[in-house]
Design a protein around this ligand. Structure first.
Ligand code: KG4
Ligand code: ZN
Length: 353
C-alpha cells in the first residue's frame, strides 16, 4: 500500500504523520499542541481550536512530509479523522486531507478517532507497528471518552462499554480547574498526587451502582470532590475558590485520593471485562489519560497478576496524534475507516465525543 499520510485535528492538536506500510513503521509524527491557547480558559474553546488548526495544518503536514524524507507525490493514501470530535476542528484536517487527495488523485480514508486510539496500542517505542495477541480488551481514555472495546482482530473490534455521563480526562481537567490549577488537568493532578505518594486521604465514590456494568460514570466523583472542597472551606458556591484554604497540601491530598479512586474504577472495569470475555489474552490502555504513569503501572501489575498481557503505547502515541490515524488506515477496510472520497462527516456523530 506504500506510504500513508495521517491527519488528526479532532480537538486541540494539529497532527500529521507518515506511515510506511512496507516497514510497518512511523517515519514522522509531527504536531502542534494548542494547550497554551486554551489554558487560560481552563478547557478547549472550539472556535479558537478550529482557527488555530487552519493556521497550522499546512505547516504541520509539510513538516511531517519533510521529516519523513518524502514528497507529497510519494504518498499513496491520505487518511484523516472524520469523527467524533469538535465539528469545526474536524472539518479543517478532514477537508485539507480530502482536497489534497482529490487534487493529487490519491486514495482518501476517513478514520474514526476511536479506531485511531485502538490502533495506537500497536505502536512501539521504535515507531514500529506490532500486533499483540488477539483478542484483547482495550480501554481508551481521553478528554472526550472512556470506552472499552473487545478487539478480536485488527479488522474486528466491538464497543463493550462507554460513559453514561462525563469522560475520564474531563474529570481530571475539571478537578484541576476547580482547585485553581491549569489545563490540561491530567499531568497536573498526577504531579500533585505523586508529591504525596498516591495515598487515599478522602474516600471518593467508585460508583457502586455501576459495579456490574462495563459503562463508566464520572459525574458523581466530580461532585464528591467539589463537595469535599466546600466542606473544607476551600470552595464556595458563591465566591468560588478560597485560595487561603486551598493549600498545596490539600490539593495534593485531593489529587491523590482522586487518582486512587480512578485506579480502582479502571481496575474494576478490567476485572469485569476479563470475566465477561475470558477469551481476552490481555489489556491495552490507550488515549491521553494513558500518559499517567501511576495508572499504567497499577493496571500493568493487576493484569500480569491475572496472567494477562498489558500494553500501553509510548506517551507520544497516547495523546492525539497523526500516527494512530495512519496506522488505523493501514490495516484494511475495517468498519471504522471509510475508503472513499465521498466520506462525509456526520455532524451529529462528530459532536458526540
Ligand atoms: O487523547 P487526548 O489527547 O485527547 C482527546 O481525544 O480528548 O486526551 C486528552 C486528555 C486530557 O483530558 C488530559 O487531561 C488527559 O488526556 N491527560 C492525562 C495525562 N496527560 C493527559 N490524564 C491523566 N494523567 C496524565 N498524565
Ligand atoms: Zn483522542
Amino acid at each position: 500500500m506504500g506510504l500513508i499520510l495521517g491527519i488528526e485535528t479532532s480537538c486541540d492538536e494539529t497532527a500529521a504523520a507518515v506511515f510506511d506500510t512496507k516497514q510497518q513503521k512511523i517515519l514522522s509524527n509531527e504536531l502542534f499542541s494548542q494547550t497554551s491557547l486554551h489554558e487560560i480558559y481552563g478547557g478547549v474553546v472550539p472556535e479558537i481550536a478550529s482557527r488555530s488548526h487552519l493556521e497550522k495544518i499546512d505547516i504541520i503536514v509539510s513538516e511531517a512530509l519533510s521529516k519523513a524524507g518524502v514528497e507529497l507525490d510519494d504518498i499513496e493514501t491520505i487518511a484523516a479523522t472524520n469523527r467524533p470530535g469538535l465539528a469545526g476542528s474536524l472539518l479543517v484536517g478532514f477537508c485539507f486531507g480530502k482536497t489534497m487527495a482529490w487534487a493529487k488523485k490519491k486514495n482518501f480514508v476517513g478514520v474514526d478517532h476511536h479506531a485511531g486510539h485502538i490502533y495506537s496500542a500497536f505502536l512501539r517505542d521504535d515507531n514500529v507497528c506490532r500486533f499483540t495477541e488477539f483478542p484483547f480488551i482495550a480501554l481508551s481514555v481521553s478528554g472526550g471518552h472512556p470506552s472499552l472495546y473487545l478487539v478480536r482482530s485488527p479488522q474486528n473490534y466491538e464497543l463493550i462499554g462507554g460513559t453514561i455521563d462525563d469522560a475520564a480526562g474531563e474529570a481530571f481537567d475539571k478537578i484541576s480547574k476547580l482547585m485553581g490549577f491549569g489545563y490540561p488537568g491530567g499531568p497536573i493532578i498526577e504531579k500533585l498526587a505523586s508529591s504525596i505518594g498516591f495515598e487515599e486521604f478522602f474516600d471518593f465514590p467508585r460508583g457502586r451502582k455501576m459495579a456490574q456494568s462495563l459503562n463508566f460514570s464520572f459525574s458523581g466523583l466530580k461532585t464528591a470532590v467539589l463537595y469535599k472542597l466546600v466542606e473544607l472551606g476551600a470552595y464556595d458556591f458563591k465566591s468560588g475558590l478560597n485560595k487561603e484554604k486551598m493549600t498545596d497540601e490539600l490539593a495534593a491530598k485531593v489529587a491523590s485520593s482522586f487518582m486512587v479512586c480512578v485506579k480502582d474504577i479502571f481496575t474494576g472495569k478490567v476485572k469485569l471485562a476479563l470475566k465477561k470475555f475470558p477469551e481476552a489474552r490481555g489489556f491495552a490502555l490507550v488515549g491521553g489519560v494513558a500518559c499517567n504513569k501511576y495508572l499504567r503501572s497499577e493496571l500493568q501489575t493487576y493484569c500480569e497478576k491475572l496472567g494477562k498481557f498489558f500494553v500501553s503505547p509510548p506517551t507520544k502515541f497516547c495523546t492525539d496524534n497523526g500516527a494512530m490515524i495512519a496506522c488505523a488506515a493501514a490495516h484494511g477496510k475495517i468498519e471504522a475507516p471509510q475508503w472513499d472520497l465521498d466520506v462525509f462527516d456526520d455532524p451529529d456523530k462528530s459532536m458526540n465525543r
